[in-house]
Design a protein around this ligand. Structure first.
Ligand code: SF4
Length: 378
């Protein structure tokens, strides 16, 4: 590795912040340049919803717990307690009573989810061949020739023991595992993460391992007016088949429904889940990366990075970024009111300020040197 090309955490203050392009921003930019500019914390205005959506709370708790589990060997339940404590310290004081109750509920969901994840690891042996080198590592790679700094965060760096191959691990918390599996091959992010790891460690990256975890709650199956559990649970059920079966039986018991009847009602779903097995809830997907694809993706990334920088520059000069082409497809956008106001020529900044809030703080980085020491095959 040629040290001068890479900046580590202590030098962050010297980075040209306005030229930093975060890999994770690409998808947000592609989906809607306007929302990206308003919400991006690095190149944009850094607004976020006043209340964190459930999936963000759950995702961050799970990510942090996995980080501690894989890096320090902290048991998952203890790791989650730490994650919950940190999250509570940061957000708890400003939560309303209703939010606090919801937060407690999400913590329980995360607890069950990780408990099931732990069982799945033991059954599947998914980690048996992996050495975890580091987790949640932020990198900044200045590229003078392109006048940008490529930034991003690897969820994990792992080495496969049997082959010695270096892999990026990405945790993906999602409502729907099959859909997530379908979507990953179209993502630019893993290729750029692989490109970055090759730059930093000066050795080939064999691939990206997606650690996909469903975030649905097996215990919150909605009940119909007649007291029966809704059949619509299939799309939202979480974690393991075992948990799903237990839930059905528990619901049936609470409602005084014979267990056989409840299971009969769900026969189709159970058959489906039996076929899908654990892959409904936890899944490892390994994507190999070839040098050619990484290189071509990198050039595509640089082009998009320049588009993003130009969009941000023009936005700072008062040119509103283009919206997503079809607003009917973005009803859940937290910036929707401001977006509609902007198109009508109204004061959208005032609406942004009143309906959203500014982000604050950034995650910590890990020095590249400490990573090198942990990589056994450098
Ligand atoms: S409402 Fe739709 S078009 Fe407007 S900022 Fe949000 S995602 Fe973009």
């Amino acid at each position: 590795m040629s040290g001068s090309r890479f900046l580590i955490v202590e030098e962050r203050a010297a980075l040209p912040l306005h030229r930093q392009v975060h890999v994770s921003g690409i998808n947000a930019y592609r989906s809607c340049p306007r929302r990206w500019y308003w919400t991006d914390e690095h190149m944009g205005l850094g607004f976020e919803p006043r209340e964190r959506p459930d999936w963000i709370v759950l995702g961050s708790l799970v990510h942090r717990a996995l980080e501690l589990y894989y890096l320090t060997g902290t048991p998952l339940s203890d790791a989650l307690d730490i994650a919950v404590g940190e999250d509570w310290d940061r957000y708890g004081p400003s939560m309303l009573e209703e939010e606090k109750q919801n937060h407690s509920r999400l913590c329980l969901v995360a607890k069950r989810l990780l408990s099931n994840y732990h069982s799945w690891l033991a059954r599947s042996g998914a980690d048996d061949d992996l050495d975890f080198i580091h987790t949640e590592v932020t990198f900044h790679i200045p590229l003078e020739e392109y006048d940008i700094v490529v930034a991003g965060t690897w969820d994990g760096l792992v080495v496969r023991r049997s082959t010695g191959g270096l892999y990026i691990m990405e945790h993906k918390t999602t409502r729907n595992v099959p859909r997530a599996v379908h979507g990953i091959t179209w993502d630019v992010q893993p290729y750029i993460y692989a490109w970055a790891a090759e730059k930093v460690f000066d050795r080939p990256v064999h691939g990206v391992i997606y650690n996909i975890i469903s975030t649905a709650d097996p215990y919150d199956i909605p009940l119909l007016r007649n007291g029966m559990p809704s059949r619509a649970v299939r799309s939202t059920v979480q974690t393991t088949l075992q948990a799903y079966r237990e839930t059905i039986i528990r619901c049936a018991g609470e409602l005084g429904i014979p267990e056989e009847s409840a299971l009969e009602l769900y026969a189709a779903e159970l058959e489906y889940l039996s076929q899908a097995g654990d892959s409904m809830f936890f899944h490892r997907e390994e994507m190999l990366v070839s040098k050619r694809v990484v290189e071509s993706t990198f050039h595509q990334f640089v082009t998009e990075a320049h588009n993003m920088l130009e969009t941000a520059r023009r936005a700072r000069d008062g040119v509103l970024p283009m919206p997503y082409k079809d607003r009917y497809k973005c009803p859940n956008c937290p910036a929707r009111d401001a977006c509609l106001a902007a198109d009508e020529g109204a004061d959208y900044m005032e609406i942004l300020e009143s309906t959203m809030k500014r982000r604050n703080g950034e995650g910590e980085c890990t020095s590249v040197e400490s990573l090198q020491m942990r990589l056994p095959l450098l």
